[in-house]
Design a binder for this molecule. Structure first.
Ligand code: NDP
Length: 249
């Protein structure tokens, strides 16, 4: 029970990495507030997570909605000890054809919303809280077609270091978990059918030193480490959970 008596906020906690983390946090004794947009998956998450979770519809790019959800969560479970700013979307922005609208949506969801989630949470954070931001290997690897996404996630790394400096006086830690390819719905058609998923797994295995697609639990367990007192002296860092993708030549 590494998170006994702790309260956590997880944005995008109704799917993929966020949901796996919410389940692990509840199993480790935390009370968890989960936000997302999709009513169906929010309802399913509420059932799965049980009474120690509160699931709320809130678009992370809507500052007022985010503030309202955080306030409601804090009123139910008390101030937060952990924030996992995880909500994000993929979105290709190839140099030759990307539209401004898509570019700006990717930036507002993956970067701007992270800043304002942390800002909105600040009045409801306990001293010595742990904030974890979700990054990506794409902030480092030159994968074609992902300028906006890569820039947003590189921005997340930069913000984490700056936030860590700003919040150290309160003992609040800010770190990044940066996944490689993980099996979640974010991959859309690439993993939508069992055949497509098999092909995708093969392709990822070839470009990953550990030779496999990552699973949500790989990331959730790293987030647990960063959220818990086990990482009490880890500040302003980024941990890649990528099977060695960034480290490989
Ligand atoms: P999922 O699509 O399974 O989860 C994304 C989550 O973000 C959903 O819960 C979704 O909720 C939420 N979300 C998206 N946009 C918004 C929004 N505007 N407001 C509120 N919630 C929102 O994908 P993952 O679990 O893979 O993604 C989680 C994070 O992990 C993202 O930040 C992603 O960039 C990052 N990541 C994932 C990798 C992977 O290979 N899976 C690799 C590297 C990083 P809803 O459906 O209700 O909109």
């Amino acid at each position: 029970m590494r998170l006994k008596n702790k309260t956590a906020l997880i944005t995008g906690g109704n799917s993929g990495i966020g949901l796996a983390t919410a389940k692990l946090f509840v199993a480790e004794g935390a009370k968890v507030v989960v936000t997302g947009r999709n009513k169906q998956t929010l309802e399913a998450a509420a059932k799965e997570l049980g009474p120690n979770a509160l699931t709320l519809a809130a678009d992370a790019t809507d500052i007022a909605a985010t503030e309202a959800a955080i306030k409601q969560g804090a009123e139910k479970f008390g101030k937060f000890d952990i924030v996992f700013a995880n909500a994000g979307i993929a979105g290709g922005t190839p140099l030759g054809s990307a539209a401004l609208e898509v570019f700006e949506k990717v930036i507002s969801t993956n970067l701007t919303s992270v800043f304002f989630t942390v800002q909105s949470a600040l009045p409801y954070l306990n001293d010595n809280a742990s904030i974890i931001l979700n990054g990506s290997v794409i902030s480092v690897l030159g994968i074609p077609g992902y300028s906006a996404y890569g820039a947003a996630k590189a921005g997340v790394r930069a913000m984490a270091r700056i936030m860590a400096s700003e919040l150290s006086p309160r003992g609040i830690r800010v770190n990044v978990v940066a996944p490689g390819a993980i099996r979640t719905p974010i991959w859309g058609p690439a993993t939508a059918t069992p055949e497509a998923e098999k092909e995708f797994e093969k392709r990822i295995a070839l470009s990953t030193p550990l030779g496999r697609l990552g699973e949500t639990d790989h990331v959730a367990k790293t987030v647990l480490f960063l959220a818990s007192d086990d990482s009490a002296h880890v500040q302003g860092q980024e941990i890649f959970v990528d099977g060695g993708a960034v480290a490989s030549p």
